[in-house]
Design a protein around this ligand. Sequence first.
Ligand SMILES: *Cc1c(COP(=O)(O)O)cnc(C)c1O
Length: 451
Amino acid sequence: MSLEERDLKYVWHPCSQMKDYEDMPPIPIERGKGVYLYDIYGKEYIDIVSSWWCNLLGHCNPVITESIKNQLDKLEHVIFANFTHEGAVTLCEELVQVLPKGLTKFNFSDNGSAAVECALKMAFQYHYQTGKPEKIRFMYLSDGYHGETMGALSVGAMDLYAKIYKPMLMDTIQIEAPDCYRCPHGKNRKTCQCQCFIKAEKMFEEYAKETAGIIVEPLLQGSAGMRIYPPLYLKKLRSLCDEYDVLLIADEIATGFGRTGKMFACDHAEITPDLMCLSKGLTGGYMPMSLTVTTEKIYHAFYADYNEGKAFMHSHTYSGNPLGCSAALGVLKVLKEENILQIAQKNADYLSKRMNEEFGNHKNVGEIRSIGLIHAMELVEDKGSKKPFDSGLRVGYQVYKEALKDGLILRPLGNVLYFNPPLTITPQELDKAIGIAKKAMDTCLTLIEKN
Ligand SMILES: *Cc1c(COP(=O)(O)O)cnc(C)c1O
């Protein structure tokens, strides 16, 4: 039996209709190097989506690998209640240097959704313990995504993931998110003054009294199709949260560690959230680890004699895992010593230029949008009217399948194709990816037009 057949006998793949695997079996990967993955037959794939956005610095990065290997010979794991270890402490010390000012307390989990759950519980308990027990609800932006667990789905807006579970979810408050491509106020990215922020103001007026916190993906709504909104929105939200004593939770799981051109997306708006969630790039995609980072103020609302019952009684077995910490320390070392943010900026400029050359006038490319090295193209039936393709056509999925033939992993978000590669990709590799993407798009779109 082939590896593919053996896989399908037992494995239930994430976020997949398994029936699709009938005509597209899983691709068996043997090894990776830099931006490339290689399957067991020796075929090469450009990992332009960073293996679900987490591979920050290339596959098998020697510095990160070395860091984990060194740790592996010393200590693989230790209970993190009442115990500690060098890696975790050093990691916090180093992160404090690069995080927005004021974020100084770190709670460890092992995946992004868990970091979000942790933030929600902290926000709720903070108010409970500071005399505002009526603050029990959460706000979130439409089209937001924060993970797959029940709490995270409750503050997630995407029907694709949440709809069927609605009866099980918390009662949350949705605020209409900015939609800069199809701006309801008729503005464009240059003329925008965040007129849409009035929607947030109205919802705060009505519901802030009962609201513990609001969670947002700062500047980039990733799963929604790499939707990008301006820093001004985030700045205004920070002020609004202060005014109404609503905690601001920044989910930087996808945006952290240089993805948006600055270390964190919040840096573009020069704000400090009350809670920040980190994962994905945190370990460069090496180990499952996440952090919920917060301020002294929130931390101290939990600090009391044990019998007062104010402790945050929340734990994960793998909290503070030493191998995860060693991977994260490797990432920070590479970011710092190899000037990665500068390299990423050069790559971003190059990619913007090349994408506009190749796709700027394409009649089915509605918008090319970018932040940092992340670039996305929204495919539409008609550029002028921005009319979307019929979702039943699965245009993005078709282009993805076509590009795979030529060795490009262009896994789309609906009809949005995007590049979110390791920051260390080279201009030559970007050119190669653009070439394959263009060919795949032309093939699929010509076929669709004919039918
Ligand atoms: C990926 C992601 C999550 C969930 O992280 P998991 O590790 O997949 O649970 C949450 N929020 C954002 C913004 C993400 O991109």
